[in-house]
Design a binder for this molecule. Structure first.
Ligand SMILES: Cc1cc2nc3c(=O)[nH]c(=O)nc-3n(C[C@H](O)[C@H](O)[C@H](O)COP(=O)(O)OP(=O)(O)OC[C@H]3O[C@@H](n4cnc5c(N)ncnc54)[C@H](O)[C@@H]3O)c2cc1C
Length: 390
């Protein structure tokens, strides 16, 4: 079997990349070792940048009912110590569009999957693993667990954090354990969310709150030290509500109900290289970052935009899409933007992970936030970096 591109991994990024390649008339085969229709027990809420949202619209991923399924972010409040930065869409972009959107991970994944399954240019091999990969001068040859041999000029590794292939081909990664867990809750509150999102650093329990499509509900991401896991995960409904009411921002009123918790261990996994001949990394396999700034999927959408354009251009010019010449363009295109977001997210988390000796540093950042809050231009620039097309 021959195909233009093989994608390994059928997560959000493998699926998005396949759809984007389809839009550029490039055939793909996705290899997924799990079951693609397995029930997803995952209540995380994904904040989409305006650019990521536009891309999903352009690719026709959203179904007609999408308007009732996604939330809108018009205000973002970031606080730490006694300082606050407020981003408002009227101030940043004259209200032309929201600062972001929110969507349930499960809904987004299902829409992407349905859209991929209806494509004639995408083949999905589920419950399949690669058993051998040979790279030669003109092709990569993949042998699979169900005895298929697939020939392709390019393999995209979208296996997520802890990618097996990334290690097998000696790319390797920098890994940092934040010694934190992220617990996600869905909460119902007495006041409407009014499209507001909140991030709080520098307290005992840092958190992020995202407005959902239902205006009396928000999605809460709570960061706790690793050893608190059992205490919070096993809390009953009443104790959970008491905990949430200690931190819930005043405009949301009080929490009435908390639904379904999920728990994620938090690490930073950054690949040491973007590519090797005939293999390129994507999504969390390339940069698995801390979720508190809500950028993991967003930066991967920008990578996808960059990669598919470069691949299409190479094909049009008869250039080998698995060559170092082509893949290095992708690296050059994305490295600065990615490094900026990875660095910003990592620094915020490490600075505010509560160590007493960091108090001076925390105060410095808090003062900078106060200054930042007064400059609309700088705030608009930050939002444009987050939204930047490559
Ligand atoms: C709590 C939380 C909140 C988040 N919030 C946001 C947010 O608001 N905004 C945002 O932009 N991002 C957010 N993120 C990040 C975002 O969810 C991830 O970046 C994204 O889901 C990663 O997708 P992926 O496809 O790269 O990897 P994964 O979802 O890990 O998918 C990898 C796929 O590869 C398959 N696979 C692995 N190994 C193999 C193999 N050897 N062979 C075949 N298949 C294989 C796996 O089964 C899986 O299906 C959040 C993350 C968390 C944890």
């Amino acid at each position: 079997m021959n195909t233009n591109v093989v994608i390994i991994g059928c997560g959000l990024n493998g699926l998005l990349l396949a759809k984007s390649l389809e839009a550029h008339d490039i055939n793909t085969t996705i290899i997924e070792h799990g079951e693609i229709n397995a029930t997803i027990n995952d209540n995380r809420c994904i904040a989409l940048s305006h650019q990521a949202y536009q891309m999903l619209l352009y690719l026709n991923v959203f179904s007609n009912s999408i308007k009732n399924k996604h939330g809108v972010i018009n205000d973002i409040y970031i606080s730490c110590a006694n300082s606050l930065v407020h981003y408002n869409n009227k101030e940043i972009n004259k209200g032309k569009h929201p600062l972001g959107y929110t969507i349930s991970y499960t809904v987004l994944k299902k829409m992407l999957l349905d859209s991929v399954l209806s494509s004639k240019k995408i083949t999905i091999l589920q419950k399949t693993t690669y058993t051998k990969i040979q790279i030669n001068s003109s092709m990569a040859v993949i042998s699979t667990s169900n005895n298929l041999t697939i020939r392709t000029p390019l393999i995209v590794c979208a296996e997520g954090k802890n990618s097996k292939l990334q290690n097998a081909v000696n790319i390797g990664s920098y890994i940092f354990d934040y010694r934190q867990l992220c617990i996600t809750f869905h909460i119902v509150h007495t006041q409407p969310n009014n499209n507001m999102s909140f991030e709080r650093f520098g307290s005992d329990m840092p958190f992020a709150l995202l407005p959902t499509a239902n205006k009396f509900e928000s999605s809460l991401i709570l960061l706790v030290p690793k050893n608190c896991n059992q205490d919070i995960a096993n809390m009953n409904e009443q104790l959970t509500i008491e905990l949430v009411n200690k931190i819930i921002p005043r405009p949301l009123g009080t929490a009435l109900k908390s639904m379904k918790k999920n728990c994620f261990p938090l690490t930073l996994n950054i690949a040491k290289k973007y590519y090797k001949k005939r293999i390129v990394l994507a999504g969390d396999a390339l940069h698995g970052i801390h979720p508190v700034t809500g950028q993991g999927f967003n930066i991967a959408t920008q990578d996808t935009l960059s990669l598919v354009t470069i691949l299409r251009e190479a094909l049009d010019n008869g250039i080998d899409i698995g060559s170092v010449e082509v893949l290095s363009k992708f690296y050059k295109n994305r490295r600065i933007n990615n490094a900026a977001i990875i660095h910003y997210t990592d620094k915020m988390v490490r600075t505010f992970s509560g160590k007493k000796q960091k108090i001076l540093l925390q105060q410095l950042v808090a003062n900078s936030l106060n200054i930042l809050n007064k400059s609309t231009d700088v705030k608009a620039k930050i939002v444009s970096i987050i939204n930047a097309a490559y």
